[in-house]
Design a protein around this ligand. Structure first.
Ligand SMILES: NC(=O)c1ccc[n+]([C@@H]2O[C@H](COP(=O)([O-])OP(=O)(O)OC[C@H]3O[C@@H](n4cnc5c(N)ncnc54)[C@H](O)[C@@H]3O)[C@@H](O)[C@H]2O)c1
Length: 294
């Protein structure tokens, strides 16, 4: 099966490409390389060098005629979305509309969209898919809007509301990737900065589990929206302790005031995806960190 992976040169997208190749599918990557890298991809993968905000995306997808689409290309930075909401909208909303129009012209393959549970729910402790969305940034609001485009498109679709994903190839220079940032700084003997008390918590899900969930959604014929998470809360302090156990103690820990816009609590319910699709995560935090650092 030929599967178009938009954003396939990025962190999550490149793991999806690996998994598709491993099971005998033919992934094609559409990426503008603004955040991803060709080094993330094995040699020989077909690529379309394109910005999804460019309307020519529609005809490019129509010509490709993929059997399935995973749409992960996105402006992923919350601060950048606040500084330049127009660009965020052009990529995350209009870009998604282009991908959907291309899909329609290509014969209506199934589209799986990588959305954000952490961003859409705002403060959450066990948010499920019926929880009132309270996006606190243009990024999250635009992701929420893009989800509606999927729903109204008439195409077969699935929406993956991802929690905080971590694993190999996650960039440490972007905000949000706290696991990647701590790992890099501990490995380099650099001090660690914690914003606030460190008792704020997140739902950290390992990238291999996310790949499994997204491919399960691609293969399913059920339309819908599912959280992809562990259902477990891990405080930033607990995360740091787990990483220090594996990488050695931090040279120093610096506390700074909480950053504006950061939520304190983020944990998602995974009851719906378990019931509907039979998916549950295989990696708890310890197993995920061990796999990442192997
Ligand atoms: N990493 C997480 O914890 C997380 C959580 C929730 C949702 N998501 C979503 O998952 C998807 C992948 O995120 P990631 O963490 O792998 O980030 P990433 O930055 O590694 O991947 C995004 C990819 O999209 C590409 N891209 C960006 N703008 C583009 C454009 N205009 N046209 C074409 N390609 C473009 C980038 O070059 C990159 O390869 C995104 O849609 C993101 O919103 C990620």
């Amino acid at each position: 099966m030929r599967v178009l992976v938009t954003g396939g040169g990025g962190f999550i997208g490149s793991h999806l490409v690996d998994a598709l190749l491993a099971r005998g599918d033919e992934p094609v990557v559409l990426d503008d390389w603004s955040g991803g890298s060709r080094d993330n991809l094995p040699p020989g993968v077909e690529t379309l060098d394109m910005d999804v905000a460019d309307p020519r995306t529609v005809s490019a997808i129509a010509a490709l005629r993929p059997d399935g689409i995973i749409h992960g290309a996105a402006q992923v930075s919350v601060p950048r979305s606040m500084a330049d909401p127009d660009r965020d909208r052009a990529v995350n909303v209009v870009g998604t509309a282009h991908v959907l129009a291309g899909a329609r012209e290509a014969g209506s393959p199934r589209v799986v969209f990588l959305s954000t549970g952490g961003g859409i729910y705002g403060e959450s402790d066990g948010a499920d898919e019926m929880t009132l969305p309270q996006p606190k940034s243009y990024y999250s609001a635009h992701k929420y809007l893009a989800e509606r485009y999927l729903e109204y498109s008439g195409l077969p679709y699935a929406i993956a509301r991802l929690a905080n994903v971590y694993g190999p190839r996650q960039r440490s220079d972007l905000e949000g990737g706290v696991v990647a940032i701590f790992t890099e700084r501990l490995s380099a003997g650099q001090p660690i900065t914690i914003y606030g008390s460190g008792e704020q918590y997140r739902d950290f899900v390992y990238v291999a589990d996310v790949v499994d969930a997204v491919l399960t959604m691609l293969d399913s014929s059920v339309d819908g929206m599912w959280n992809v998470a562990t259902g477990e809360a891990t405080t930033v302090n607990a995360l740091l302790a787990a990483l220090q156990e594996r990488l050695g103690s931090a040279s120093a820990i610096v506390h700074e005031p909480p950053r504006p816009g950061d939520v304190f609590a983020s944990r998602l319910s995974i009851d719906r995806i378990k019931a509907d699709l039979g998916w549950s995560p295989r990696y708890d935090l310890a197993a995920g960190l061990d796999a990442m650092l192997k």
